[in-house]
Ligand binder design. Structure first.
Ligand code: TRP
Length: 460
């Protein structure tokens, strides 16, 4: 697709690819544990606000910039007449590589749990912490997953994957829906629902706001130009504003549902909601076990298999960034670009792999100034790349699209495929948010969190 600067055959191809990128581990693995760490409903509310008020307009601009420029992220700013801004695109490429390095490790866990479920080993739920220290095993699965991603990206057969995921993603949603209904019938389920949905603003603090913002960007694949690249393959006939709305609603909807499924399970089994990155791995096997041996194996294996597919459509979009950059900019053959990226990503992933109990150094990697506990390598990388740099990328996109490229050109691009756009309510909403909400809110959060969280400067 990208090699020959192809086009999506229609709107649904684009939506499937973009939604495939957005929906992934971020929704089903990361969102629930971030809610758990962030005190439940307080996190949820902030996340919803950020997603719709702040991120949706940025998502629309990212796609518009890409479509206008007809170039992948790092090269998109030049044809629009602002070559200096390419640095933002290059930062995005760097971020994609870093995010993929740990994302791939977690994808390996998912693959491993798929196999354990097939074997009927539901006990693995109690042994997550030991499991992730088996470096040969998790390393092997991570390597297999990365090779799968690299192979697909090298062949440029993402179209086939899109078709595939158009069938598989609805199946995943149906399984989650069925599991949610099952979850709600269990003992103590309502404690989980309360934790998740009944607002408790006493839990609201800077850390929750910071993480909810990062989660919104991460989950929507926003802030590093992934959607710019996809936008560059989109036809001018299509309506970006409505496609963007659909992607946002689908992504947020699936995350919301995953939360509604997991918290009743967590509370019914007496698991700590603050469990962190292991939350779904500790919770789900016990649930499958409670369904009886044969049904449990089927549903359990299917759940982790489909989750692996959801992850795959996301890793493909992440790997496309360094690859498109090397191909477009340095004229490297697509194949070499892919395998070179894969090698770098695998090596960069090793500290994330070791940092879950195997290596003391990477497990207690860094203690932020003023914090009482160290964080592991994966958490540190998440804080830097996804919680800090993605919103920073979003800040730059909003400033660029309103002031540098300018609103009229943005609106003109959005009018292709939607001629009435400038007169709609959404036009006002999008431009208001890009101009008056994103820059001050993202700018303030960026500065305050760097000072407070990383350097321990007390501002409030
Ligand atoms: N959004 C994906 C998820 O939720 C992860 C992802 C894919 C991503 N592409 C991205 C995150 C680009 C940030 C930027 O699992």
């Amino acid at each position: 697709m990208a090699a020959s600067r192809g086009k999506f055959s229609n709107k649904f191809g684009f939506i499937a690819a973009a939604a495939g990128s957005a929906v992934g581990l971020g929704n089903i693995w990361k969102f629930p544990f971030e809610v758990g760490k962030g005190g439940g409903s307080a996190f949820l509310i902030v996340y919803l606000l950020f997603s719709f008020v702040l991120c949706y307009p940025i998502l629309v601009s990212e796609i518009a910039i890409g479509r206008r420029a007809q170039k992948s992220a790092a090269l998109a700013f030049k044809p629009l007449g602002h070559p200096n801004w390419s640095i933002i695109g290059i930062l995005g490429v760097f971020c994609a590589v870093v995010i993929l390095s740990f994302y791939n490790v977690v994808s390996g866990w998912v693959l491993g749990y798929f196999v354990e479920m097939l074997l009927g080993n539901f006990e693995i739920g109690h042994h997550f912490e030991e499991y992730v220290t088996d470096i040969a095993e998790v390393g092997g699965y991570a390597l297999a997953f990365l090779i799968g991603t690299a192979y697909i990206v090298s062949q440029g057969i993402t179209k086939g994957i899109e078709k595939f995921s158009k069938i598989l993603m609805p199946v995943l949603i149906i399984i989650i829906l069925v599991l949610t209904i099952y979850a709600l019938t269990l003992d103590r389920a309502m404690d989980g629902v309360k934790f998740y949905l009944v607002p408790d603003f006493s839990k609201l603090n800077l850390n929750v706001i910071y993480r909810a913002l990062g989660q919104s960007f991460f989950s929507l694949s926003l802030g590093l130009g992934a959607l710019m690249t996809y936008g560059s393959y989109l036809s001018r006939k299509e309506n970006i504003v409505s496609a963007g709305a659909l992607i946002t609603i689908a992504d947020v909807g699936i995350a919301f549902l995953a939360g509604l499924m997991i918290f009743p399970f967590v509370f019914s089994q007496g698991i700590e909601p603050e469990g962190g990155a292991g939350l779904i791995f500790m919770t789900m096997p016990g649930i499958f076990q409670s369904m009886g041996p044969s049904l449990g194996v089927i549903i359990g294996a299917l759940f982790f298999l489909l989750l692996a597919f959801a992850a795959l459509t996301s890793t493909i979009s992440l790997m496309e960034l360094p690859v498109a950059y090397m191909v477009d900019k340095h004229k490297i053959k697509r194949k070499y670009a892919v395998w070179y990226s894969a090698a770098v990503i695998f090596l960069l992933g090793i500290p994330s792999m070791l940092g879950n109990g195997y290596s003391e150094f990477f497990t207690n990697f860094i203690t932020y100034v003023g914090a009482d506990k160290p964080v592991n390598f994966m958490d540190f990388v998440t804080d830097v790349a996804s919680n800090t740099l993605l919103p920073f990328g979003g800040l730059m996109v909003s400033i660029f699209s309103i002031y540098v490229w300018n609103r009229h050109k943005l609106f003109r691009e959005l009018s292709h495929g939607h001629p009435k756009f400038p007169r709609t309510f959404l036009a006002k909403y999008i431009s208001f948010s890009l101009q008056y909400i994103s820059p001050p809110v993202l700018g303030a959060i960026f500065i305050i969190t760097i000072l407070e969280i990383f350097f321990g400067v007390q501002i409030f």
